[in-house]
Design a protein around this ligand. Structure first.
Ligand code: DAT
Ligand code: MG
Length: 155
């Protein structure tokens, strides 16, 4: 199943000059980047995006970090890409994240874990719509498409 998912490269990834390395991983995996931009998250959007964490003691610090600095938002597309991308990202606490994952390779922290990725297809739909209007998302054919997927994997 072709899916889209939302990624946010967080302020720590930008400060640490990791954005090229992180984007390269998604390109090399074969995912199609269909939207990308730099933005500053508003406090309202932060509250929506992290609504499941509003009552946590670390929420004020999380909101401050995520809204006081620019971030990079991206949408990628691929077969079952929500799950694929979560695996590439690794678990929330980067100290526990497997080596070979983005968090496992680039971070030692939970609050500075470099990247966000949607956690389910339902969340991904909402998050893509929160960050991107339809005219900021681009449908185009990757020239290597037939080399990324076999005939029965292209729907
Ligand atoms: P994930 O980003 O892996 O989906 P999440 O949705 O539970 O994890 O939390 C969102 C972000 O909030 C997480 O990337 C970093 C921050 N966060 C979560 N748990 C935390 C904690 N115990 N201490 C500090 N920051 C935390
Ligand atoms: Mg999450």
């Amino acid at each position: 199943m072709m899916e889209r998912t939302l990624l946010l490269l967080k302020p720590d990834a930008i400060q640490r000059k990791l954005i090229g390395k992180i984007i390269t991983r998604f390109e090399k995996k074969g995912l199609r980047i269909i939207g990308i931009k730099m933005l500053k998250l508003s406090k309202e959007n932060a509250k929506e995006h992290y609504s499941h964490l509003l009552d946590k003691p670390f929420y004020p610090g999380l909101e401050e970090f995520m809204t006081n600095h620019p971030i990079i938002a991206m949408v990628v597309e691929g077969q079952e890409c929500v799950e694929v991308v979560r695996k590439m990202v690794g678990v929330t606490n980067a100290r526990k994240a497997e080596s070979g994952t983005i968090r496992g390779d680039y971070s030692l922290s939970t609050g500075r874990n470099t990247i966000h990725a949607s956690d389910s297809p339902e969340t991904a739909k909402k998050e893509v719509a929160r960050f991107f209007s339809e005219d900021e998302l681009f449908e185009y054919k990757l020239a290597v498409f037939e080399y990324l997927y076999a005939e029965d994997e292209r729907e």
